[in-house]
Design a protein around this ligand. Structure first.
Ligand SMILES: NC(=O)c1ccc[n+]([C@@H]2O[C@H](COP(=O)([O-])OP(=O)(O)OC[C@H]3O[C@@H](n4cnc5c(N)ncnc54)[C@H](OP(=O)(O)O)[C@@H]3O)[C@@H](O)[C@H]2O)c1
Length: 346
């Protein structure tokens, strides 16, 4: 059995990462790749030399009708927000299921799109239908979804660290959550930008978009927290890939390391790629780079009334393409981690 898929935005960073996973996937068959007009009809391995010898598909325009007629069952949109916003309804109209890696369908209300994304949303009905593609939370809904909104990379790292405590009601209601997150440069995509040039990024370290980063509303929506009680400060690391997030939280009562450990174990016992380092070890980016893993750890302070949580993942794998493959698997009744286990990455 094979399932024909398409990748739109193949010339970008998450497009490449997705191709690497799909070409080794035992069920997905990548039938079509697309990019913008500026890329034109290029062979994909001429864009990404890593794919030499493994893929000679030629980029075509992202025409939903043509792609549906090629028997493509599911399309991955690795495209900017506005492009996904325009393409997803058209693909759905031809019966093609969509996994969208952008933020175009992550927020529930169309009114949020003006302030946070800078465009008016024209498909509010799809915002209600789309499923937030975090497999650890929404596996059942993802299985029947026609449109999956793959979570943001920072958002994935933050939500996975908070989820067990939120579910167990261990955080003090209405307390401040402070989040200090750092990402490698590929998080900003492949389009050239002056502030992302080697000379600007190397031997440097800086915050950007403090408080107003668009992953903040997405995180608060998922964890059910007020935006004004969530302080999010992303930073740019002088490395190519990976995210390390540190969260500062207040508990509703004094907790022990063992209580927290038990809650994380309960939450993630069926998720071997969520690796619990507990109160002893600490995560680092090298340990998760090129994998679909998220490593989590925690520490207590103030005699157990406050905690510090740590989360590390690869922004292009668990934060983008790997999670998209998990969503594809769930949508097609396959084992959730098919093609993204540690053996697939080693
Ligand atoms: N990078 C990450 O770590 C990460 C993580 C999670 C989610 N995301 C999200 O995933 C999406 C892709 O991110 P990325 O980092 O891979 O971006 P990227 O490297 O900048 O690639 C963007 C891709 O979109 C294509 N594209 C742009 N306009 C298009 C159009 N009108 N029609 C068809 N294709 C078009 C580009 O093609 P051309 O080369 O032809 O312009 C390119 O292939 C974004 O929405 C991003 O927010 C990224």
């Amino acid at each position: 059995m094979s399932i024909r898929v398409g990748v739109v935005g193949v010339s970008g960073y998450s497009g490449l990462e997705l191709m690497k996973l799909l070409l080794r996937h035992p069920v997905a068959e990548c039938a079509v790749v697309a990019a913008s007009e500026s890329t034109g009809p290029k062979v994909v391995s001429d864009i990404h030399p890593q794919l030499r010898g493994s893929c000679d598909l030629v980029c075509q325009p992202p025409d939903p009708k043509v792609i549906a007629e090629m028997g493509v069952e599911t399309v991955f949109l690795c495209t900017p927000n506005e492009v996904s916003h325009e393409l997803a309804p058209r693909f759905l109209g031809y019966g093609t299921r969509v996994v969208d890696l952008s933020g175009a369908f992550r927020l529930r209300t169309e009114a949020s799109y003006g302030p946070w994304y800078g465009f008016e949303h024209s498909a509010p009905e799809l915002l209600r239908q789309s499923v937030y593609g975090l497999p650890e939370c929404h596996a059942r809904e993802i299985a029947t979804a026609r449109l999956v909104a793959n979570p943001g990379c920072y958002a994935t790292s933050v939500i996975l660290a908070l989820l067990p405590l939120i579910r167990a009601g261990m955080l003090e209601p209405g307390s401040d959550i402070c989040c200090d997150a750092k990402s490698g440069v590929t998080g900003a995509g492949r389009k050239p930008r002056l502030d992302l040039m080697f000379g600007e990024v190397s031997d440097n370290f800086r915050p950007y978009s403090p408080i107003v980063h668009r992953h903040a509303p997405e995180i608060c929506q998922e964890i059910g927290w007020e935006l004004e009680d969530f302080t999010f400060v992303p930073h740019l690391l002088p490395i190519s890939r990976g995210i390390l997030t540190t969260l500062y939280v207040r508990f509703s009562r004094p907790l022990t390391i063992d209580e927290i450990h038990a809650e994380f174990q309960r939450c993630y016992r069926d998720y071997p790629l969520i690796r619990l380092l507990g109160g002893g070890r600490l995560p680092d980016i090298q340990a998760v780079a090129q994998t679909n893993c998220c490593d989590l750890a925690w520490r207590l302070t103030a005699r157990g009334r406050r905690g510090v949580l740590f989360s590390a993942l690869d922004n292009l794998v668990k934060g983008a393409a790997g999670q998209a493959v998990q969503n594809f698997n769930l949508m097609h009744g396959l084992a959730r981690d098919l093609g993204v286990t540690l053996e697939n990455h080693c």
